[in-house]
Design a protein around this ligand. Structure first.
Ligand SMILES: [Zn+2]
Length: 390
């Protein structure tokens, strides 16, 4: 009998999709998880990863990234920024629109080793430029072409995206949102909206969202935000969450504030998913990667199991791919992330420059994608080095 393609041995397997947190071996065959057992003989396996002392999770699913390198102004390359850092699946959040998606698909999505999906921007141009907003001219927001493109690419397009910041959309936020909802309705997929600095109040914006839609940059400090002046969560956000709207993190370069997250979470307003919004302007800090973003939420009081759930199973289900990724159930893709949970002082910085001193950091050690190994391209960031003597 031929052996397995790979056995990952002795790791502490944390897979919330199975309620699993235990020392296990994982066998991989044909690019999928074959089995998870206390002990799997590896004598005939083609590759063996020794994970003793390490955390083994489903490959992370980053619900908000930008990977159309060379076209979208903020984009970076997927494999070094995501796959090599533990995120085996990413969702590009609107770098492309109907005018530009075919190129994104052919030259990036079909070529990278990272498993890539996309929210299609309602603006046909996607996110080309940092200074000229993609919806300042609302003619770019065309429902028909977005629907046609999404229908023709159902394997990779998992929803519609719209950015509603005034510098990007002027005073057109509500009309842009209405067109984005209309397109999402036509294709029966979720809409992801980007908040922070909208022209209209969030009450008006959240009122238009449907069950399964996603608000990214939930913990932005750019007004209007979800926290009132006296530190409570606005009712429109609480109501939307009750209706089944998913509040996502989308840390980004300007869109995550510890103060806002701390205020929201003190009222039980935790995120539905944790994403990085890693891009050119934050990959060297303060975001670095999704694993660091998850570590920040451990610092904010969430358990390891909970942050792993919000970075694997929850985003996979949010895009309707929970049967393929975000889980190590037998039959799921053999996408696996292996981390060292480094204990010691860690300086975490938010998008406002506020600092928190944490004591645990998930450091990517090895990533497996469909049964193939990918190692991190670079070591942990400099400013996470513990002081001498620790
Ligand atoms: Zn973004």
């Amino acid at each position: 009998m031929p052996g397995f393609d790979m056995v990952i041995k002795n790791g502490m397997v944390v897979d919330p999709s199975q309620g699993l947190h235990a020392k296990k071996d994982i066998a991989v065959a044909g690019g999928v998880v074959h089995s998870i057992e206390d002990h799997i003989p590896d004598g005939d396996a083609r590759d063996v990863i020794e994970a003793d002392g390490l955390i083994v999770t489903p490959g992370l699913v980053d619900l908000h990234v930008h990977i159309w390198w060379g076209v979208a102004h903020l984009a970076i390359e997927a494999d070094p920024s995501s796959l090599a850092r533990g995120a085996t699946t990413v969702v590009d959040a609107g770098s492309s629109g109907s005018n530009t998606f075919p190129g994104f698909r052919r030259y990036v999505m079909e070529r990278v080793n990272t498993r890539a999906y996309a929210f299609l921007h309602i603006s046909g141009m996607g996110q080309l430029d940092n200074d000229i907003g993609e919806l300042e001219d609302i003619r770019w927001a065309r429902v028909g072409p977005a629907v046609d493109t999404a229908k023709a690419n159902q394997d990779l397009i998992v929803g519609i995206k719209v950015r509603l910041t005034e510098g990007i959309v002027g005073a057109n936020d509500v009309v842009a949102l209405e067109r984005a909802v209309e397109a999402a309705e036509h294709i029966g997929l979720p809409l992801m909206i980007h908040i922070g600095g909208t022209h209209h109040p969030l009450e008006e914006i959240f009122g238009k969202l449907r069950k399964g839609d996603i608000v990214t940059h939930s913990f932005t400090a750019n007004a209007p935000g979800i926290i009132t002046d006296d530190g409570k969560v606005i009712e429109a956000a609480v109501d939307a969450r009750k209706r089944g709207v998913n509040f996502d993190v989308g840390h980004g370069a300007g869109s995550f504030s510890f103060k806002v997250a701390e205020a929201a979470m003190s009222h039980g307003f935790t995120p539905a998913t944790i994403s990085s919004d890693v891009h050119r302007y934050n990959v060297r800090g303060p975001v670095f990667d999704l694993a660091t973003t998850l570590s920040k939420f451990m610092h904010l009081g969430m358990s390891l199991d909970e942050v792993v759930r919000l970075g694997t199973q929850a985003p996979a289900e949010a895009i309707g791919r929970g049967d393929i990724v975000g889980s190590l159930k037998p039959g799921a893709a053999a996408d696996v992330a292996i981390f060292r949970l480094r204990e010691g002082p860690v300086e975490f910085r938010d998008a406002r420059g506020d600092v928190r001193l944490g004591d645990r950091l998930l450091e990517p050690v090895e990533t497996v994608r469909a049964g193939r190994r990918f190692s991190p391209f670079h070591a942990a960031h400099h400013d996470h080095t513990p002081p001498a003597g620790f």
